[in-house]
Ligand binder design. Structure first.
Ligand code: 5GP
Ligand code: MN
Length: 367
């Protein structure tokens, strides 16, 4: 009898322990729910897909490339032969990513890309919320016969996709890709290539876990990626310690000669003209991260960088705290993005664009 009771008690304790550990797991890993219906629909789409195509935004960044290539490798593992497309070239420091040689750049291979879009039966749009972010492919995507799937973490996606995975609480699209693969019950097929790509997306979109990274879920995902054997220090090195001497000299020049500080508006900005780009042998990605530097100045909570291009000016904005850099970009510079990291452009000259920017500040940041 005692034995039985003891046995009964011990069984009970086991189930109690299991429940307690589950509660603990939920507390530390508050996994956000993706609807089962959507996951099942995605599963079916992947199974049925004959010509899947993965597409990301113009001027692809680490998350755009990391999430797209992770998903590319995933689809290959599911027996597919996906086409992976970027609208234009992306910085050299992303070229080491596994699968980089598979990427088709629209600007250099427009015929191939337009054909692939026409023939695709599923188009996966990654890391953008509006087809306009492809800067030239919007018409073809919208008109394509393919089923469109959006996987993204930007606010307010436009209504262009048939199946939408969009959640701003994810640090990055790459983190969302991890979660989707896990929900598709395919954690086991994540290999080190997929894990490296996902980690790159998370690391770059959080500025090495500096911002957009206060959700415990992000670290749960990182821990699962580390279990796959990635070398996170090496990835950091490949991304952040891979710049040219020219870029370092340009950075020094910008901070010394080109940074304007407007303490009355808690704002600082940098600009780079075409001549300066020539002087420093500028290549895409060289100005990556420059916009963040002035945010380290005491009291500064809004920064911008203006880069003169062919017939327009490309702008990046960063902010601290509540200042909505995305609303500012959307309202005045045909752009958008996240609250603390946004971008846009102006069709006016560099000088005129900066003038307009400065004139807008009193409305927003006057003390
Ligand atoms: P970056 O400054 O790194 O180019 O862009 C920061 C963020 O701003 C990006 O992740 C993206 O969300 C957003 N962004 C940049 N440029 C544009 C743009 O021209 N239009 C929109 N809608 N968002 C942009
Ligand atoms: Mn992103």
């Amino acid at each position: 009898m005692i034995k039985l009771r003891y046995k009964f008690f011990s069984i009970n304790l086991n189930s109690e322990q299991i429940i307690l550990s589950l509660i603990q797991k939920l507390k530390t890993n508050p996994l956000k729910q993706i609807s089962k219906k959507d996951i099942n629909e995605l599963k079916e789409l992947i199974v049925q897909a004959n010509n899947p195509l993965i597409l990301t935004h113009y001027n692809p960044d680490g998350d755009a490339m990391g999430s797209s290539l992770a998903f590319y490798h995933y689809l290959v593992k599911k027996g597919k032969d996906p086409v992976i497309v970027t609208p234009n070239d992306y910085p050299e420091f992303l070229h080491w990513l596994p699968g980089n040689d598979k990427v088709v750049v629209y600007k250099r291979n427009s015929g191939t890309v337009l054909n692939a879009i026409k023939n695709a039966d599923v188009i996966f749009s990654l890391d953008f919320n509006d087809p306009e972010r492809t800067e030239g492919l919007e018409k073809y995507i919208t008109e394509a016969k393919a089923t469109k799937v959006l996987i993204d973490h930007h606010p307010e996606p436009t209504d262009f996709a048939d199946l939408v995975f969009s959640d701003t609480s994810y640090s990055s699209t790459a983190e969302l890709i991890y979660k989707i693969i896990e929900d598709l019950n395919d954690y086991d097929i994540i290999d080190s290539d997929i894990a490296e790509c996902i980690y790159t997306g998370i690391m770059t979109d959080t500025g090495s876990f500096n911002y957009n990274s206060s959700n415990p879920e992000t670290y749960y995902v990182v821990s699962k990626l580390l279990e796959k054997g990635i070398d996170k220090d090496k990835i950091h090195d490949k991304i952040y310690d891979n710049y040219s001497a020219n870029r370092m000299r340009l950075l020094g020049y910008c901070l010394n000669k080109k940074m304007e500080v407007l303490p009355e508006y808690d704002t600082a900005f940098i600009s780079i003209s075409k001549e300066e780009q020539k002087e420093f042998n500028f290549s895409p990605g060289d100005s990556e991260g420059f916009v963040n530097y002035p945010l380290s100045i005491k009291g500064i909570r809004f920064t911008a960088i203006f880069i003169e291009k062919g017939n327009h000016t490309k702008i990046s904005f960063r902010s601290k705290g509540d200042f909505p850099a995305n609303e500012f970009a959307e309202k005045h510079f045909k752009g958008g993005g996240h609250r603390n990291a946004s971008g846009g452009h102006s069709d006016e000259s560099l000088k005129e664009t900066i003038k307009k920017f400065k004139e807008l500040l009193p409305q927003y940041l006057k003390k």
